[in-house]
Structures are given as C-alpha cells and as structure tokens.
Design a protein around this ligand. Structure first.
Ligand code: IPM
Ligand code: MN
Length: 333
C-alpha cells in the first residue's frame, strides 16, 4: 500500500534498438492520461555493456528495485543477462501475456483473445547448465511445488477477476513425468478450489497444433517457463505478430512491463517501429496502479487509431512511431 499521495515512481529502461523509440511513444501516451507518474530513466543492454562494461549496472538494478513499477523496452544480445536477471532480482514469478487481435489488423484469428500465464522463475530458465564432460552438456529443469502452486493460483485468480471461465494447464507429463507431473498436481489442487472455472490439461505439442487450428478452445494457458515462452510467440503469430503483444512480470513486491518483441536492430533508429506493444504495456502499468479508467482510455484510443488505419507500416498504415503515438493521444477523451 502506498503511504503518500505523490506520483507513482516508475523506473524506465528503454534499452537497445527500437526499445527507446517505442518507450518514448508509450511515455507520451502515459503523460497524456494525466495520471501522476514520475519517470526515472536507467541504462541497460548492449550499448550499456559497451559504454559501462556491464549490461545491467548496479544503479539500474537499484532503481528497478526502488521503483513502484518498471517500464522496459527491449535489449539486444544481452537480453538474457538483463531481463532474466531483472525477473529474478525483482522476484516476478508471473509472466502475464495477454494476446488479442485488433480490428483492422490482418491476422489469422481476428476475434482471438488468449492469456498466457507463464511461470517466470524456474523450469529450464534456472540457469543450471553444465558441461559434465566434453561433448556432454546438461540443462536442469527445476519444477517446484511452491512455484507451481503460486503460478496456478495466479492463473485462477486472474480468470476470476477478469471474467474468464477456463484455465488450461500445459505440460509434457507423458515424458517429463516427475517434473510436469508435479506441475500438474499443483495445478489440480488449486483448480479444485475454483469449481466455477473449468480446468483442463493439454500436452504442449498438441497445444501448438490446436492453437493454430482451433485457438477458440483456449482462454488462459497456464504454463511452465519455456512452454510459455514458445507458445506466447505462437499466439502472437495468430493475432498479427509480436508488435502487438505486451507482457507483465509480476511478483508480490515488484512489477515490470515489457513488450514481448525484441530490439529489432534492422529497423532501429528510423522511427518506424510499431509502438503498440509498448503502449499496451503502459496500459497494463496503469491497471497495476489501479488506474482502470485511464488504462481503458488508452486501450480504446489505440484500438480506434489502429482500426482507422492510423498505424505504422507493419499495421498497413503509413505513420511513424511518433505519429502513431500522437494519433492515439488525439483519440483519448
Ligand atoms: C521473452 C524473451 C526472453 C525469454 C529472452 C530474451 C531471454 O524471449 O521475453 O519471451 O526467453 O523469456
Ligand atoms: Mn520469448
């Protein structure tokens, strides 16, 4: 709970490539909402590594830890060092990836709305890789009951609070019998506490196919870490690409919002990157602060701008990144 009534403190980490451009667009939209927010910028990423000798300087980490929320752009080759470390240090155990289509954007499923609730602390992301002997490397996949239960509970609570009627636990328990067996047992135990939410289980491989053929079968996908990483890109592909998909890394104390896309060095510095995912991250950040009406204003204005063809070229429009942000702002009541 906040004790004062001053502006919310937000650490901003623009990063590399198109990160700074899409983050500027999101900040412009956030400022236009009038919600009292104070932004403090920090360095991280490839360029930072070159200049400062570290991809994640101590002041950036300290700033992220001290802020009420972090808005993150994208980083290049140092992504793992930066974002995985931040997720770990901030103990954000949820990676929430809402994926939806936008009217006016050409895609496979124009009506689709899916949410991926990805475990964010363990699985194959535990950092336990070993060359046990030349030519033999192991990667340890850690699944714990505590983390599995915690992420399952988040998925069901999220379903309840956001009007979803179904959660599907994604697994490969036919092969990973012990680890995904544990993941599923934890999910089932939590599911039993939510009889109003339909619970199903699905193998990750068949889910990949079914997401392409009949994605309307799914509402919330509850996944171990790597399966969520892979399926969130697949889901993005169903609605028109990574440029449209935001994510939130959430823990008990910290929250970090980042577009699912990367730093896209090929189009960086040209003011043509699609700022949609970053603007949607801004809306998620507003919602996190309880600013629901402002979050909805942003989302509605963004939807309207996209539907009216006021988007970047990848959206079929002809606007630059900054022009698209202005178009969104111009539609905010
Ligand atoms: C993502 C990214 C990251 C991940 C990489 C950059 C470490 O792919 O956020 O989905 O694997 O989680
Ligand atoms: Mn990914």
């Amino acid at each position: 709970m906040r004790e004062d009534t001053g502006p919310h403190q937000v650490a901003v980490i623009p990063g590399d490539g198109i990160g700074p451009e899409v983050i500027e667009a999101a900040l412009a939209v956030l400022r236009a909402t009038g919600v009292p927010l104070e932004f403090q910028r920090y360095q991280a990423g490839d360029e930072c590594l070159e200049k400062q000798g570290t991809a994640l300087p101590p002041e950036t980490l300290a700033g992220a830890l001290a802020a009420e929320a972090v808005l993150f752009g994208a980083v290049g080759k140092t992504a793992a060092e930066v974002i995985l470390r931040l997720r770990r240090e901030l103990n954000t155990f949820v990676n929430l990836r809402p994926t939806r289509a936008f009217p006016g954007v050409d895609c496979l499923y124009p009506e689709l709305k899916l949410v991926i609730v990805r475990e964010n602390t363990e699985g194959l992301y535990s950092g336990l890789e070993d060359e046990i002997t030349p030519g033999v490397v192991t990667a340890t996949r850690v699944i714990t009951q505590a983390a599995s239960q915690r992420i399952a509970r988040f998925a069901f609570e999220y379903a309840l609070r956001n009007g979803f009627g179904q959660v599907t636990a994604i697994h490969k328990a036919n092969v990973l019998q012990k680890s995904d067996g544990l993941f599923l047992r934890a999910a089932r135990a939590v599911a039993a506490e939510y009889p109003q939410i339909e619970y199903q289980e699905a193998l990750v491989d068949s889910t990949a196919m079914n997401l392409v053929l009949r994605p309307e079968r799914f509402q919330i996908l509850l996944t171990p870490n790597l399966f969520g990483d892979i399926l969130s890109d697949l889901a993005a592909g169903l609605v028109g690409g990574l440029g449209l998909c935001p994510s939130a890394n959430l823990g008990d104390k910290h929250a970090l919002f980042e577009p699912v896309h990367g730093s896209a060095p090929d189009i960086a510095g040209r003011n043509i990157a699609n700022p949609t995912a970053a603007i949607l991250c801004g809306a998620m950040l507003l919602r996190h602060f309880g600013e629901l009406a402002s979050a909805e204003r942003v989302e509605r204005a963004l939807e309207q701008a996209i539907a009216a063809g006021q988007g970047t070229t990848d959206l079929g429009g002809s606007l630059s990144t900054t022009e698209m942000a202005q178009a969104v702002i111009g539609r905010m009541p």
